[in-house]
Design a protein around this ligand. Structure first.
Ligand code: PMP
Length: 428
């Protein structure tokens, strides 16, 4: 029995399914999850000592790769000064200032410890600020495991959602309207029916939880207009895309395509913590004034703004602002996806790819899907075989076809080439 298998068996005795977050269990792709012992730059190593080129990067945060010297130094120094005080620190202000400098749509930001917490709080804030209960989310977008967000579509636009998880009462889902991603007519109709009751619309601007699906520009433009016309707030969940698809995140990208575009509330996570538990949500001062201790929307956290996590996030955000950082990362990611597409073409495998900054997705189909149902028509067996062939060759891709991939600044040209060589073998 391999060390990974032994650890997995031991883990399953004391942790449900052997993992602390379901996708790590390899349920979708089958086989034994790798137990990771350490990371170094673009690589992670498992219990057998096997090295992998890491395209998960802790599901996004590790944009600098593992163990970046400047981040390590900042974290070590912060840890020596103290792990947690439950009292304000200057570093929280510094991180807030750094984030606000890069996200002009926000005037204030509140730091929390996970993306789930941040989106949950953002929705509560939107409801508190508007005095409305209902909101729209999209099929295939994931915003963490808050009750009201674990919801699938009802039987039509007049009926609100049903829970997708046991333990979520139907009553909790009844304010959540779930729409098809990128479906303009449906969006228009939903606003015509419910616009004045909507507190907000929450969206992943580039959805990374159904692999990689962009919001079409015309759709995003109309969504912004409809929200404004009906007094609903546009909540952009940039937990994955934030400081990952570009220095100004996905909202910066859409602002470059739609003059004057900005969300009302933004949510960040992953990269802003650099691998430590840290997330944030922010908006204009006018919206943020509703938050406790100023306003009536309650929100709090023992470890919020944690001194070690903020040191990690700050050091990470400082690195990604260095000249040329995103140009290099984007070009490298582009070379990877173009290379994969070329290899697939040579082997006659249907393939489509997309990327933005250091985030990418590939589909074993000829055309990029525009919404969830099409994503789910991917040839799952073929994907799973590809995944395992790549893993055996030392390339660690996301263990599910509905997940995006991530490239870090630590990936070298040689790593990209080795990945393409492995893909050529695998697809053959
Ligand atoms: N929103 C998005 C877009 C995410 O991708 C995720 C996590 N993958 C979350 C929210 C939830 O974040 P967390 O896992 O930190 O709770």
């Amino acid at each position: 029995m391999s060390k990974n298998q032994a650890l997995f068996e031991r883990a399953q005795r004391v942790i449900p399914g052997g993992v602390n977050s379901p996708v790590r269990a390899f349920r979708a792709v089958g086989g034994t999850p790798r137990f990771i012992t350490r990371g170094d730059g673009a690589y992670i190593f498992d219990a057998e000592g096997q090295r992998y080129i890491d395209y998960i990067g802790s599901w996004g945060p590790m944009i600098l790769g593992h163990g970046h010297p400047a981040v390590l130094e900042a974290v070590t120094k912060a840890a020596q000064e103290g792990f947690s005080f439950g009292a304000p620190t200057e570093r929280e202000i510094e991180l807030a200032e750094e984030i606000l400098k890069l996200v002009p749509s926000m005037e204030q930001v509140r730091l929390v410890s996970s993306g789930t917490e941040a989106t949950m709080s953002a929705i509560r804030l939107a409801r508190g600020a508007t005095g409305r209960s209902k909101f729209i989310k999209f099929e295939g977008c994931y915003h963490g495991h808050t009750d009201a967000l674990l919801v699938k579509a009802g039987s039509g636009l007049a009926t609100f959602g049903h829970p997708t998880s046991a333990g979520v009462p139907a009553e909790v889902a009844q304010h959540t309207l779930v729409l098809e991603f990128n479906h303009l007519a449906q969006l228009e109709e939903a606003f015509a029916l419910h616009g004045k009751e909507l507190a907000c619309v929450i969206i992943e601007p580039i959805a990374g939880n159904m692999n990689f699906v962009r919001t079409q520009t015309a759709y995003m433009k109309r969504l912004r207009e409809l929200c404004t016309e009906h007094g609903a707030l546009l909540v952009m969940d940039e937990v994955m895309t934030g400081f990952r698809v570009g220095l100004h995140s996905a909202q910066g990208h859409y602002a470059s395509l739609i003059p004057g575009f900005k969300p009302d509330i933004s949510v960040f996570g992953k990269v802003i913590g650099g691998g430590m538990p840290l997330a944030a949500f922010g908006a204009s001062r006018d919206i943020m004034k509703h938050l406790a201790p100023l306003g009536g929307v309650y929100q709090a956290g023992t470890l919020s703004g944690n001194p070690v996590a903020t040191a990690c996030g700050l050091a990470t955000l400082r690195e990604i602002q260095k000249p040329g950082f995103f140009e290099d990362l984007s070009a490298k990611t582009r070379r990877l996806v173009d290379g994969l597409a070329a290899v697939a073409k040579d082997n006659g495998v249907p393939f489509s790819v997309d990327c933005q900054g250091g985030m990418f997705g590939f589909f074993l189909m000829d055309q990029l899907p525009q919404e969830y149902q099409t994503v789910m028509t991917t040839d799952k067996e073929r994907f799973n075989r590809f995944f395992h062939a790549m893993l055996d060759a030392g390339v660690y891709l996301a263990p599910a076809l509905y997940e995006a991939g991530f490239v870090s600044a630590a990936h070298s040209e040689a790593d990209i080439q080795a990945t393409l060589d492995a893909a050529r073998q695998a697809l053959r």
